[in-house]
Design a protein around this ligand. Sequence first.
Ligand code: HEM
Length: 141
Amino acid sequence: MTISQQTIEIVKSTAPLLKEKGEDVTARMYPILFSKYPETEVLFKNANNQPAKLATAIAAYAANIDQLENLGDAVERMAQRHVNVKVKPKHYPMVADALLTAMTEVLGSDVVTDEVSSAWGEAFNFLADILKTREKELYAA
Ligand code: HEM
């Protein structure tokens, strides 16, 4: 899977705002996720400070989408944590939906226009594919 230059530019342009408000977005994301997809809640039963971690990861990803090597071993740590708590591929679209809904609610639809929303959808899927591929290897091991 590849990601278009336009998507890269849109996502990078939202990075500063996400750095500032990312935690508001993820704090809103969990209630949306758990009410719409109740089966996901059990995965988070031992979660500690998860909105902050996810917000940091998303802001870092937005800023480095065209140079993922800057993220160091963060992707590997996410994959390992996900396998420990048994995150499965089917959960990714649920998180994508909750995240985009929360982004639009918190940042406003004047910021998260349809264009921004679809760029983020594409960017999310790109990272999700990397994670799912690594998680598949870890599950098989
Ligand atoms: C691209 C999408 C995702 C990103 C960027 C992401 C990011 C992260 C990060 C940064 C952590 C913390 C890792 C650490 O402790 O070092 C984490 C943990 C976790 N993630 Fe994800 N995640 C994604 C998708 C998902 C999905 C689809 C689920 C399932 C609904 C999920 C459930 C969890 C859970 C349950 C934990 C462990 C929480 C805890 O016990 O502290 N994540 N994720």
